[in-house]
Design a protein around this ligand. Structure first.
Ligand SMILES: [Fe+2]
Ligand SMILES: [Fe+2]
Length: 195
């Protein structure tokens, strides 16, 4: 990895996260975990680390500004994003990564873009960042965390199925809005296990 470049990105992200210690700690956890998963699956370790580092770079932007900036940049706001504007931090994060962090690599940008909902048939890097976001060492809430952590390093697609299943169950239980893209992700990864 280009350590000096990575260090500059790290400092910039820390500042953008407004010294939110927990968010920054999570960010470093995702970057490290994404790098480990990239080692496991033979993906590009530096790209995985950078995508992990930047995945939540728009997280601390107030929701009304998120909406405004998406409108200004012609980013589509879906029905579920209008209900839960926090979801927009993924799309906006990809935009910020491009304009504020100088990331031009489309693989990194789309891994940031889809880190919250996933999507059907994700690229390897998208899968890695999606899972790293869920299993990074500082996470401690999810019920199936130990199962998902083990699955992530043996069969990442199975881990994605477990995560999306648990997420949908949680949203249903809490009566929260369900993003149809999460449902599509679940359906796709369920099929990969049946074939
Ligand atoms: Fe996020
Ligand atoms: Fe995250």
């Amino acid at each position: 990895m280009d350590n000096e470049y990575i260090e500059r990105l790290r400092k910039q992200v820390k500042k953008a996260l407004k010294m939110d210690k927990k968010r920054y700690r999570h960010t470093l956890g995702v970057a490290d975990t994404a790098a480990c998963l990239a080692m496991r699956y033979g993906a590009d370790v530096e790209k995985a680390y950078i995508a992990g580092l930047l995945h939540d770079c728009a997280k601390c932007v107030p929701d009304d500004i998120k909406i405004k900036e998406c409108q200004e940049h012609g980013i589509e706001i879906t029905e579920s994003e209008a209900v839960g504007p926090y979801l927009l931090h993924a799309k906006l994060g990809a935009l910020y990564a491009r304009i504020y962090y100088g990331i031009e690599d489309e693989e990194i940008l789309s891994a940031i873009r889809f880190h919250t909902t996933g999507r059907a048939n994700m690229t390897e890097l998208e899968e890695i960042v999606f899972i790293a976001d869920y299993i990074e060492p500082y996470r401690n809430q999810a019920s199936d965390l130990n199962v998902v952590r083990a699955e992530s390093f043996t069969d990442i697609r199975k881990a994605i199925l477990t995560v999306t299943f648990d997420t949908l169950e949680y949203l249903k239980r809490k009566g929260k809005a369900i993003d149809p893209v999460t449902v599509e992700t679940y359906e796709f990864y369920k099929d990969t296990q049946n074939n």
